[in-house]
Design a protein around this ligand. Structure first.
Ligand code: ATP
Ligand code: MG
Length: 921
């Protein structure tokens, strides 16, 4: 048996022989699957390529050369050779062969086949997965003990029976030798040097020199055994807050995460950095992993909320044996019904607080801390989370600024249909497109079926917006056919899902429509909102760029980097990806119904920078951590600003300038994506959609400020200087007093003067009795000829402004994205009756500007039938005739006349006419 595997098996202590073999196989499988992943899609033929690849994987050069001499230029065999020693295929490689290979020094860490130099951090990935458990350390008595064994044998120190901290493990000696595992979180208190230990763990495992200050804050809460709520920007590094405790203590950290793909991704990343981790849940193919995890074989256990509820008892045992350092709840906004991604099972996670306390588990010295983390949560959502999870009153709140000073936000009007692709994607094609539309040699990632997708969403031009709310979606969310899917992978012969290895993708839990929810059990206003000052900013992630720098960057071209386009429907992912591929852009569609092998490949190529554009639904979601994403394009209205900001936050994680563009049909009111929702949920979903709609309609307030303040943060900067509003400036203010008065006059006229304003709130509204905004707009057109051509779109914008000012309110008890049944308020009536001719200066909203820019087609007026009797219609008809009049002088004469060369021929009737006209001029 190889010395390496001997060591490994030794570290597993009480593991039975058959189990050992399984573990060995498992080690090898992981390593091989990693190597396969690294090689996927490439035909490695030469030694050089294999060497380069294996160096990249972190293997030592001399070992690679030896292995290649022995097995030839095959990466799999070489990896196997190195891991097993002398080319043995089984895990039971003999000690002798191994001794030969490692020169008899295999027991010493530095001599293992994997280099541990910082330049080869990834090298540790394969074996450190096990070495983290294999590491030896000196005990107080100087004995060399096996850390993993000790973590089984020596109960962890948050267990009452074992209070004594083993200070020796903190010694410089161990720090130098890369051993930072200490046995008790008791040893940590602020000021006792834990920060330095964290820094060296960070350096060792991840190559980072220091913690960010919000990470420090979160960890200091954990060190003090406190619950902690971390609300930090997307991509700021929240994962480290819960990964570090596992590395510091040797105890297990349990992480609750909503998506299998996210867990899988993080496990692979951790394995690469030498941290043992596993994920549990429906996507875990190996049913021994759960058992192993419960026996403490992994430092970090990722688990979905559905599964953890079943594992309470085994986890209590684990807390007693190896010890649990922390429960981390990632993407914790999923707890709240007021959030954008509610998952009912997240709500039941209060079981963690209930079952892991000192009162429940007598061996604990203190409650196992909870750490809740998210990037997007409004004040209301935060309160809901704290309450729902039963987090302690002393929960530490770690809040970073939402402001990302390198993101350029903008909103553009677009029909977001195939007719607008050319205009909207021209810039992308210019940047990425390599050739003209040829249809040849294009990178096909999409269904051929999508060729004949018709433009069903194109019906609603600006002139047709009177019928509010035809969906932007040609929604095929639910009915995507098998045929379509299989066609998608027709060019990928290797698409069939292979054996169930750890490295295979498991994405079945991923969703790209909202989860259905059936336990909407918290009534509105049930929880009292804590005073605002509880949510103080403790830190900012990266200091925002200074105003001068932002000014410089506002029109700077983007560096090269990939783009993600988010669309609302699966069909559009296919359609747009195909469109871009046709122009030579390396684009791929991504949605939950596509084959997993395709999705895996998209992930891989996206991360390897071989894919330029991913066109995705929200399934390409949480946890996408790529630093150089240069553009996030939303093509169609998002469902909430939380979702929008989270997705937009995937841009520019390297701190360099990045664009976040929202293309939305500003002439249409967005609609909710279909989902099962209770009445309350529907209401809440409309509120969120409405906030998003208003973000798009805004023309005067800095976009970054709007977003940051939406999350309850005081922006603190005047404006971002980078968004479209800051760069282009707001539109000119307009005095709309006359329009506002007329509107209020018509609305209040309907209800009659002196009507009881409160009657509508007496035990519920009078449903459906008031006229709609559309009817009011028609009335105005009839009564005020001056406004005959004013579009409903314009009145909608005005209604929103007046609602915000408090002059009108929604008369329906349903929530709408935009006010639908306006009623006057007392303030509105006062405004109307005020004798003073006060000006009413406002910034016109995006739809108002749009409607004034666009000439409305006459034929769409129902009043057009009134004919010439109506002065406004007469004026417009004459205008049309003037514009449409054909030139009376033939072109050739006009030209000649202009040149003064030819006089009209008076002999012909045409010439005489021309002469006559010239004379009259
Ligand atoms: N202290 C640090 N120094 C430098 N880089 C760091 C540090 N901490 C984290 N990072 C890097 O930040 C990136 C994002 O980390 P992570 O995935 O944890 O972000 P996140 O906040 O969880 O994002 P999301 O909201 O998308 O889940 C990672 O690539 C990580 O390596
Ligand atoms: Mg994260």
């Amino acid at each position: 048996m190889s010395i390496f595997f001997f060591l490994k098996l030794k570290t597993f202590g009480a593991v039975e022989a058959p189990e050992r073999n399984r573990n060995c196989r498992y080690t090898l499988n992981l390593a091989l699957s990693l190597s396969r992943n690294a090689m996927e899609g490439k035909n490695i033929s030469s030694d050089d390529e294999v060497i380069a690849k294996m160096l990249d994987m972190g293997f030592d050069y001399s070992n690679i050369v030896i292995a290649l001499r022995a097995v030839g230029p095959s990466i799999d065999s070489a990896v196997e050779y190195i891991l097993n020693g002398a080319g043995r295929n089984s895990c039971g490689a003999s000690t002798s062969s191994s001794s030969k290979f490692y020169g008899g020094k295999a027991l010493r860490k530095g001599d293992l086949c994997l280099s541990r130099s910082s330049s080869q951090v990834r090298q540790s990935s394969i074996l450190d997965h096990f070495q983290s458990n294999d590491k030896t350390r000196e005990s107080k008595t100087g004995d060399v003990v096996d850390v993993l064994s000790s973590s089984f044998e020596v109960p962890p120190c948050n267990v009452k029976a074992h209070k004594e901290p083993s200070s020796d493990v903190d010694s410089d000696h161990n720090m130098q030798s890369g051993l930072h595992i200490v046995n008790s979180i008791e040893e940590f208190d602020i000021g006792s040097g834990w920060e330095q230990k964290v820094s060296s763990v960070l350096q060792k495992h991840f190559g980072f020199s220091s913690m960010k200050s919000f990470q420090k804050e979160a960890l200091s809460a954990w060190v003090a055994h406190k619950d902690c709520f971390v609300l930090a920007a997307t991509g700021s590094g929240k994962s480290f807050c819960f990964q570090i405790p596992a590395l510091l203590t040797g105890n297990v950290v349990v992480v609750i995460s909503p998506l299998i793909s996210l867990m899988h991704d993080q496990c692979l990343k951790l394995a690469r950095h030498g941290v043992s981790a596993c994920f549990l849940g429906s996507g875990q193919p190996d049913n021994t992993v759960e058992q192993k995890a419960m026996r403490g074989m992994y430092s970090i256990i990722y688990v979905c909320p559905e599964t953890i509820l079943r594992l309470i008892k085994p986890l209590q045992k684990l807390a007693e044996s190896r010890g649990i350092a922390l429960f981390a709840i990632d993407e914790v906004h999923c707890v709240s019904k007021w959030g954008h991604d509610f998952r009912p099972d997240y709500r039941r996670l209060s079981a963690l607080r209930e079952n892991f306390t000192t009162s429940r588990l007598k061996f604990l010295k203190f409650d196992i801390p909870l750490m809740a983390l998210t990037a997007t949560a409004t004040n209301r959502v935060r309160e809901d989370i704290l309450k729902s999870l039963g987090m302690s009153k002393e929960t530490k709140i770690v809040l970073t600024s939402f402001f990302r000073s390198n993101l350029r936000f903008s909103v553009k009007h677009s029909r977001t249909s195939p007719s607008s692709y050319e205009k909207d994607f021209r810039e992308l094609i210019r940047v990425y497109g390599k050739k003209k539309k040829t249809g040849e040699n294009k990178k096909v990632f999409i269904s051929r079926e999508s060729d004949d997708v018709s433009d069903s969403s194109d019906a609603g031009g600006i002139s047709e917006t009177e019928n509010v709310c035809p969906s932007d979606l040609d929604d095929d969310q639910v009915h995507y056919t098998e045929g379509d899917i299989s066609a998608t992978c027709s060019r990928n012969p290797d698409d069939s899902v292979k054996g169930k290895e750890l490295s295979v993708e498991y994405l079945e839990n991923d969703i790209d429509i909202f989860q259905s929810v059936d336990d909407w059990d918290v009534a509105c206003g049930e929880f009292c909102v804590q005073p605002q000052n509880v949510w103080k900013l403790c830190d900012i992630v990266d200091p925002p760029k200074r105003p001068e720098e932002r000014l410089r960057l506002r029109k700077e071209p983007l560096e090269h980097g990939p783009t993600i386009i988010y669309v609302p429907t699966r069909k559009e992912t296919m359609r747009i990806a195909k469109y871009l591929c046709d122009f030579g852009v390396k684009a791929a569609a991504y949605n939950a119904t596509l084959p997993k092998s395709h999705l895996r490949r998209v992930h891989k190529e996206f991360h390897e920078n071989t894919l330029e554009v991913v066109v995705a639904t929200i399934a390409f979601g949480m946890g996408i951590d790529k630093s150089n994403v240069r553009r996030i394009i939303h093509y169609g209205w998002p469902q909430s600003l939380e979702a929008y900001y989270q997705e937009a936050g995937r841009a520019g994680r390297d701190g360099k300038i990045a664009d976040c563009v929202l293309y939305a049909n500003l002439a249409r009111i967005p609609s909710l994506l279909p989902s099962h929702r209770s009445e309350d949920q529907t209401k809440q979903a409309y509120v969120m959609l409405s906030d998003c709609f208003r973000y798009g309609m805004n023309t005067s307030c800095c976009r970054a400020k709007t977003l940051v303040e939406y999350f309850g943060e005081d922006f603190g900067h005047q404006n971002c200087l980078l968004c479209d509003v800051c760069v282009d400036g707001p539109p000119q203010m307009q005095n709309l007093r006359e329009e506002a008065c007329i509107f209020l006059q018509v609305v209040s006229g309907h209800y009659g003067r002196g009507y009881d304003l409160n009657c509508f709130y007496d035990g519920g509204r009078r449903l459906g009795e008031g006229p709609s905004l559309k009817m009011f707009a028609r009335k105005i057109r009839e009564q005020f000829p001056k406004f005959t051509t004013t579009d409903i779109l314009w009145w909608k914008g005005l209604a929103r402004i007046m609602e915000v000012k408090g002059y009108i309110r929604e008369g329906d008890d349903k929530t709408h994205v935009q006010i639908k049944y306006p009623e006057p308020t007392e303030m509105g009536l006062k405004f109307l009756e005020s004798v003073n001719e006060q000006a009413f200066y406002v910034f016109p909203e995006a739809d108002m500007l749009l409607s004034s820019k666009t000439r409305k087609s006459y034929s769409s007026f129902s009043e057009w039938g009134k004919g010439w009797a109506d002065p406004e219609i007469r004026r417009q008809r004459l205008e049309t005739m003037r514009l449409n009049r054909k030139p009376m002088i033939p072109k050739k004469y006009r030209k000649r006349k202009a040149n003064n060369k030819i006089k009209p021929d008076l002999r012909s009737s045409r010439g005489r006419l021309a002469a006559k006209l010239t004379k009259h001029k």
